[in-house]
Design a protein around this ligand. Structure first.
Ligand SMILES: [Zn+2]
Length: 254
């Protein structure tokens, strides 16, 4: 197995407290947007598809950069993988910095929580971006293949314990994280926005940025803390300080 971390863009957040409720009011934070590729003997899997500048409404465009070369299918091709051969795309959730290029992997099966799909398609706040979701990210994906997971289900993607989707709802209604067990590198956990920043997991702070449920988010944080205590490398959703400690593609974990 090979496990790659890809750079999928950057977000400029002029008010950190949007992510860390109560902390960092009006403090600018530049956060990396990662994506992940898992090359498994039984097929290729992608976790999240980054952000799409062209789908951002005009008022959100200053929050990011136009970096078309970062698109997941283009980066896969650069790594020598045919994007058409991606078997699974695991969506941690469908917020705008995670679902940007779903439409560019039309042959894959998307593994996503059923409740996340419902929330993304019919958010309570219909203002584009205001709810965290941008409809243009996935409006063309209605007839793609989906494997819709129910709440609480732990899903073993390849049936061998190497890639497990776990329910970490709270940040969003149907958020999930992904445990990756590698023969040499050990256990990695793609927390995504169940823990966007180190201070959230260290301080047991709610995973904000359009937080759906504080209570559920805290349960998710505690699950991630337990995995970390057991020795797993927890890949935080958007932690600038973690970037320099990780291997990015074309380097990989195995
Ligand atoms: Zn999010």
């Amino acid at each position: 197995m090979k496990f790659y971390i890809l750079y999928g863009g950057v977000l400029f957040n002029p008010d950190k407290s949007r992510i860390t409720p109560g902390h960092g009011v009006n403090e600018l934070i530049k956060i990396p947007v990662p994506m992940y590729v898992i090359d498994h003997p039984d097929g290729l899997a992608v976790v999240d598809t980054g952000l799409s500048y062209e789908h951002f409404p005009d008022w959100m465009k200053p929050d990011t950069r136009d970096e078309p070369e970062c698109r997941i299918d283009r980066q896969l091709a650069k790594l020598g993988y045919d994007p058409e051969r991606v078997k699974y795309v695991i969506m941690t959730h469908l917020h705008a910095d995670h679902a940007g290029a779903m439409e560019n992997l039309p042959k894959a099966t998307f593994i996503v929580r059923r409740e996340e799909l419902k929330e993304a398609w019919f958010p309570k706040d219909r203002n584009p971006g205001g709810c965290g979701y941008i409809f243009d990210d996935y409006k063309n994906t209605r007839f793609f293949n989906y494997l819709e997971l129910e709440d609480n289900v732990e899903y073993d993607v390849f049936g061998d314990g190497s890639v497990i989707c776990m329910d970490t709802r709270g940040h969003s209604r149907g958020h999930q994280s992904v445990i990756v067990n590698l023969p040499n590198s050990g256990k990695l956990v793609i927390a995504a926005d169940a823990a966007s920043l180190k201070e959230q997991i260290d301080g047991r702070d709610a995973p904000g940025g359009h937080l759906w449920s504080t209570e559920a988010g805290m349960i998710a944080i505690d699950r991630l803390r337990t995995l970390r205590e057991q020795g797993a490398l927890v890949l935080l959703g958007h932690e600038p300080a973690q970037v320099g400690t990780l291997k990015f593609a074309p380097a990989f974990y195995d």
